[in-house]
Design a protein around this ligand. Sequence first.
Ligand code: ADP
Ligand code: MG
Length: 253
Amino acid sequence: MVRFAGVIKRFGVQTVLDGLDLRVARGEKVTLIGPSGSGKTTILRLLMTLERVTEGTIHVNGKPFSHMPAGAGGSLVPADEKYLAGPRRRIGMVFQQFNLFPHMKVLENVMEAPVHVLGLNREEAAERARELLDLVGLYDKRGAHPTRLSGGQQQRVAIARALAMRPDVLLLDEVTSALDPELVAGVLDVLRDIARTTDITMLCVTHEMGFARDVSDRVLMFDHGRVLEAGPPEQLFEAPAHARTRAFLGSVR
Ligand code: ADP
Ligand code: MG
């Protein structure tokens, strides 16, 4: 579903991703862990088309993502904005900051993109939004404004809003880091549920190792823009091969 091939990302002279090869299968749940500054968010931002690769290619669902086909020869050139609008809508993302629309009620927040980007009629979009708000346990709050909700509830609305686009891939970047501690569990429970009950492909960055262990098919330990080691959670958490992984796990547990 997601394929990075030899992806290099530089900011000025700094190389943030250094020849990254990464494949995520359809329906696979992959967690990225690793020290701050190791390039985890950059990977997700490339997939949101918020950043462009310096070198290498990204494919999503078999389609070129960083590049687009040019002419009849089938050669690839860097994608332009018009091309990117297509692949971009196949990706859903939830960040630390929920950024809900404060002037819209909860239901309308979840309806907004399906109506304006996908062209769903309002009744279809409302039906989809109600189902998703039920999934995240907030059906009763559908008529409230986001400012009346707790941070955890707002983040659950943001998850519903991302899912409303029926993305191929859901990206989650430290979605509980900005929450008060007592609100974290509710959000993680919703995500565990989604991971267990849907076949969506998930790529998440988290410091919640218990959660990573529960939901992941595979955990990738990142260091300096490279995958230091990868494996099923039991292996990576119980028997990490690298001293740096052991040190990192020791610091977050
Ligand atoms: P992580 O999510 O693992 O903490 P990031 O992907 O956010 O790491 O960042 C990796 C490195 O890239 C950091 O050193 C960061 O300062 C740098 N970086 C990220 N985005 C930019 C940017 N837009 N401009 C310059 N440097 C950036
Ligand atoms: Mg980050």
